[in-house]
Structure formats: structure tokens, C-alpha cells
Write a protein that binds this ligand. Structure first.
Ligand SMILES: C[S@@+](CC[C@H](N)C(=O)[O-])C[C@H]1O[C@@H](n2cnc3c(N)ncnc32)[C@H](O)[C@@H]1O
Length: 306
């Protein structure tokens, strides 16, 4: 007999049935008011099973009892499912593509008018501040740089509170050259805080991408490492919502392994496929019909419309 190189499958590995997952998501929706049923099932399942393994829990019923007894675990589970982590200039080549291909065009299109950027799924704020720093560097030598407003939205309130504070540990800066850390951050004890001239260009707001998005008039939307967790239908309707949120000629940057499916993909021109940079055609006039989305969503703040 030939010995198998693999260990026998573990009999105590937790396996969630379909209705188990449904019960857990319903519990999270009740506790946090957040819909996770539009997320990719495989991702959710893997992450929930990891939590069960961590606590040595073998069944969904037992885990639900634990969740009810330990509200902090419900928050940890929600974070494990939505992954609110990021860093400054994450995947640096995407920011180089923005600098080379998108910012010169945005500058030309806007003339001296206010430029608007939106980081959707901003986690703890690093991506929104990176966009503001990029714009600051790009326009530094101009006699009069057009004003910039960056909006950062996320469902994670804890992450948003940290984003508003704008102070980060050294791990957040692995992709930032030391000279830029010196230039755009102020040391505060063990952390570095975003300099006031960058912070004042960025605002953060709670917003759920599974709801209705009423943001409009954006020149650039970065939605990176977020779509990957959503199912195809939500990816498609979000692509349409981003199209409506952009001005004609505005840019959409996705994560390195993300793309838009179906109808949504056909709305955009590819600018740099490797960097997942897309553009709403300059001659785009007619918005596609609003997708039937409900719940919390994201509304424009004062002055956000073109
Ligand atoms: C992995 S982080 C990406 C952060 C940043 N965009 C980046 O690429 O570094 C994913 C973020 O998406 C947020 N997110 C997940 N579901 C969301 C939803 N329905 N609406 C808004 N944000 C969501 C999470 O809270 C998390 O902060």
C-alpha cells in the first residue's frame, strides 16, 4: 500500500451549512445593521470557519450562543469579514499610474476648479490621505493649484474614527519613502500624524456600498480591495453607481485583482488594465438607470455636486 502524503482530513474542522451562514449573517445584520448577504459566500464561509477554529467551536449553534454572550466577538467577526486594513500608497504602481495617466488629464479638465476624489472603502484613511498627498506633490510647482476635496467612506466606524485622527504606526508607511514621511507627517510619540495641510483636504463619512450611492461630481474614485468581497450582482450595480458618481472623463481605480463584470465594464474605457485604471468616456451624457438599491447608502455632503 502506498502511504498518502496528506494527513487524514480533520473530523473536527468546522463546516458551515448554508443555513448556518444565513443565521450568522442575520445576527450581524441585527447587531450592526450591516448587510453581508451580498458578499461572496466563499470568502464569508472561510473567514467564519477561521473564527470557529480559533475558539475551538465545532458548530454554528454553539458559535451563535457565544456571539450572543460576547458582543465583542460579533464586532471581531464583522471586522474579520470586512477587513478594515490598509497602508499608505498601497500597491505603489497604481499611484504611479494615477500620477502619469489620470492627474494631468484631471488638471486639464478642471482648469482652476475644485477637484473631487472619493476613496470608497477607505478603512483607516490611508488611501484618502495618499490621494491628497499625491495631488499635493503633483501640483506643488504650479503657480496656483486647483483646490482638492477627498472624501473617504467606509462602513467601519472604528476605522473612520482612526482615519479622522490621522495618526498611524510605522507599519502603515512601508511603501512611503522616508523623505515623504518627513514632509507630510508630524511625529507624535510612537506614531506619525498626517500634516494639517493634507488633513484639511480630506473628510470621512460612514457609508455602505451595498446601499444607495448619491455621491456625484467626482473626478476620481478609488475603490480598491473592496469589490473582491462582493458578489457579481453587487459588483455590477456598484460599477454603474460609480459611473453615475463620476464626471464625464473621470477615473475609476480598482484593486490589482479586481474588475467590473458585465454591463458595468462596458460603461468604462480601459486606461491601464494592469493597474485596473478605467475612465468614464468624456462624451458620456446619459446616466444608466439607478440600480434598485436600498438601505443606508452614501449621500453627498454639502457642495459635493458638480
Ligand atoms: C481591505 S480594506 C481596503 C482598504 C483600502 N481601499 C485599500 O485598498 O487599502 C476593505 C474595506 O472595505 C470596507 N467595506 C467592506 N464592506 C463595505 C461596504 N458594504 N460598504 C463600505 N465599505 C465596506 C471594509 O470596512 C474595509 O475597510
Amino acid at each position: 500500500m502506498i502511504a498518502s502524503p496528506l494527513p487524514p482530513p480533520s473530523t473536527d474542522a468546522p463546516v458551515l451549512r448554508e443555513d448556518d451562514l444565513f443565521l450568522l449573517l442575520r445576527h450581524l445584520a441585527r447587531v450592526h445593521g450591516q448587510r453581508l448577504d451580498l458578499y461572496r459566500e466563499k470568502c464569508l464561509r472561510r473567514r467564519v470557519e477561521a473564527r470557529l477554529r480559533l475558539h475551538g467551536i465545532g458548530s454554528c449553534g454553539e458559535y451563535l450562543r457565544y456571539l450572543r454572550a460576547e458582543p465583542a466577538e460579533a464586532e471581531r467577526l464583522r471586522q474579520a469579514l470586512t477587513i478594515p486594513v490598509s497602508r499608505f500608497f498601497r500597491n505603489g504602481s497604481s499611484f504611479h499610474a494615477l500620477e502619469r495617466l489620470a492627474l494631468p488629464e484631471i488638471l486639464r479638465m478642471r482648469g482652476g476648479d475644485r477637484v473631487r476624489m472619493w476613496s470608497a472603502g477607505v478603512a483607516r484613511g490611508e488611501e484618502a490621505y495618499s490621494l491628497a498627498i499625491l495631488w499635493h506633490r503633483f501640483t506643488a510647482d504650479l503657480p496656483a493649484a486647483p483646490p482638492l476635496s477627498v472624501l473617504g467612506t467606509d462602513v467601519d466606524e472604528e476605522g473612520l474614527a482612526r482615519a479622522r485622527k490621522g495618526a498611524y504606526p510605522s507599519e502603515s508607511f512601508v511603501e512611503v519613502p522616508p523623505v515623504d514621511v518627513e514632509r507630510f507627517f508630524v511625529r507624535e510619540g510612537e506614531q506619525h500624524r498626517v500634516a494639517p495641510r493634507i488633513r484639511e483636504r480630506v473628510t470621512f463619512r460612514a457609508g455602505d456600498l451595498t446601499g444607495e450611492l448619491r455621491v456625484r461630481g467626482q473626478d476620481l474614485i478609488a475603490c480598491r480591495n473592496v469589490l473582491i468581497y462582493f458578489d457579481r450582482a453587487l459588483q455590477e450595480s456598484l460599477g454603474e453607481a460609480f459611473y453615475r458618481a463620476l464626471r464625464p472623463g473621470g477615473y475609476l481605480l480598482l484593486g490589482k485583482v479586481e474588475t467590473l463584470p458585465g454591463r458595468a465594464r462596458r460603461l468604462f474605457e480601459a486606461v491601464d488594465l494592469r493597474e485596473r485604471l478605467f475612465r468614464k468616456p468624456l462624451n458620456a451624457l446619459v446616466p444608466p438607470p439607478a440600480a434598485a438599491m436600498t438601505s443606508a447608502g452614501i449621500s453627498p455632503s454639502a457642495g459635493e455636486r458638480p
